[in-house]
Design a protein around this ligand. Structure first.
Ligand code: NAD
Ligand code: UD1
Length: 342
């Protein structure tokens, strides 16, 4: 069975490819490498001992996508390709709407043309915006507060409309909470461009000595220690969630959304502590003002995924920190290979 993974060279995509290959699926990847390096796929092959068919194609390129469907007998699509930087989405919203939404529409049109109506889509907990309470369940109202989040909620609506127009479609919408960590081999992981926006890549770069100190964004939230609380989930658990969603769409029709999180929230200060223990490194930090747009607390009610997908996150915070650190320590420059000139 052949699965097309869009955005497969990226952070979550590369881990998803490993799980798919290990489970015996054939994998075809489409990625324009706008936020990733092909080296990640070489390492996926190294980890699994299996091959991947790769196309350097942009999902906005209809002809390029059609070639992929003509040359491969695709059974289902896991669609991760998208732009994801919140701050950038505020600066260049049209680029985000075009890439994420138009890209998804073109992908669905091409899938429709080739009779492939099974789709797993990467959404985000960001679609909930400022939740009325925690834990957050799937029936909470959606109210994203930035253009990136709006691309995700608009795509979710488009996919619901698509199913209602043709109930042969089978679509799983996965709302990820905060993916962190890396494959236990230390060969693939998160490789952000420039200075990281997200907490864990920032912490690992402080620990490895690339950055001086972490800024903790606020210690006056109404939380147990005043810092923000999030639901961090190991990227390998998240990747496994895609396989469970795939199994469901292969045997059912419908459109369903699932929270992929652990259901447990940790604060920024607790994450620093956990990371110091896992890495045996000091993480220097200072407390600064709150980051605009941040919320105090965000964690999932993952019950629906447990009941309908038979999926639960298994890896705890120590493993997440240990694996994030192994990746950072073994790959201080990410996937970039430093060429030493004599
Ligand atoms: P990533 O940037 O590492 O991976 C996305 C991949 O998509 C990249 O390899 C990029 O080159 C590719 N891509 C982007 N636009 C494309 C286009 N037009 N055509 C072809 N390829 C394109 O990000 P990630 O963290 O692996 O995220 C994967 C998906 O999950 C994204 O849709 C993201 O919005 C979503 N998501 C991520 C997080 C997170 O914290 N990492 C949280 C919630 C949701
Ligand atoms: C961010 C995005 C969200 C996206 C998610 C993916 C914003 C506003 N939101 O969410 O849309 O889906 O990443 O993982 O960017 N923190 C610090 N110092 C830092 C970085 C972060 O204290 O240098 C704190 C934040 O205030 C927050 C926590 O760490 O309390 C986690 O932050 P981050 O990793 O950026 O994730 P989110 O804010 O949850």
């Amino acid at each position: 069975m052949s699965i097309l993974v869009t955005g497969g060279a990226g952070y979550i995509g590369s881990h998803t490819c490993v799980e798919l290959l290990n489970a015996g699926y054939e994998v075809v990847v489409v990625d324009n490498l706008s936020n990733s390096k092909l080296e990640s796929l070489s390492r996926v092959k190294e980890i699994t001992g299996k091959d991947i068919t790769y196309y350097k194609v942009d999902i906005l390129d209809r002809d390029g996508l059609e070639t992929v469907f003509v040359e491969n007998s695709i059974d289902a699509v896991i669609h991760l390709a998208g732009l994801k930087a919140v701050g950038e989405s505020v600066q260049i919203p049209l680029h985000y709407y075009h890439n994420n939404i138009t890209g998804t529409v073109i992908l669905c049109e091409v899938m429709n043309k080739y009779g492939v109506k099974k789709l797993v889509f990467s959404s985000s907990a960001t679609v909930y915006g400022i939740p009325k309470s925690v834990p957050i369940s799937e029936d909470f109202p959606l109210g994203p507060i930035n253009p990136y989040g709006r691309t995700k909620s608009m795509i979710e609506e488009i996919l619901r409309d698509l199913y209602h127009s043709d109930n042969k479609w089978s679509i799983s919408v996965l709302r990820y909470f905060n993916p962190i960590g890396a494959h236990q081999s230390g060969r693939i992981g998160e490789d952000p461009n420039g200075i990281p926006n997200n907490l864990i890549p920032y912490i690992t770069q402080v620990a490895v000595g690339k950055l001086k100190e972490l800024s903790v964004f606020g210690n006056d939230y109404p939380t147990r220690d005043g810092s923000g609380i999030r639901d961090y989930i190991h990227v390998v658990d998240l990747a496994k969630g895609h396989l469970k969603a795939l199994q469901r769409i292969l045997t059912n029709t419908g459109v369903d959304s699932y929270n992929l999180g652990t259901g447990i929230g940790y604060s920024v200060l607790e994450m620093i502590d956990a990371f110091e223990k896992a890495s045996k490194k000091k993480v220097f930090y200072k407390v600064v003002e709150r980051r605009p747009g941040d919320i105090a607390s965000c964690y999932a009610d993952p019950q629906k995924a447990k009941e309908e997908l038979d999926w639960v996150a298994e890896k705890g915070i120590e493993e997440m920190c240990r694996d994030a650190w192994r990746w950072q320590e073994n790959n201080p420059t990410g996937y970039e290979v430093k060429v030493l000139v004599k």
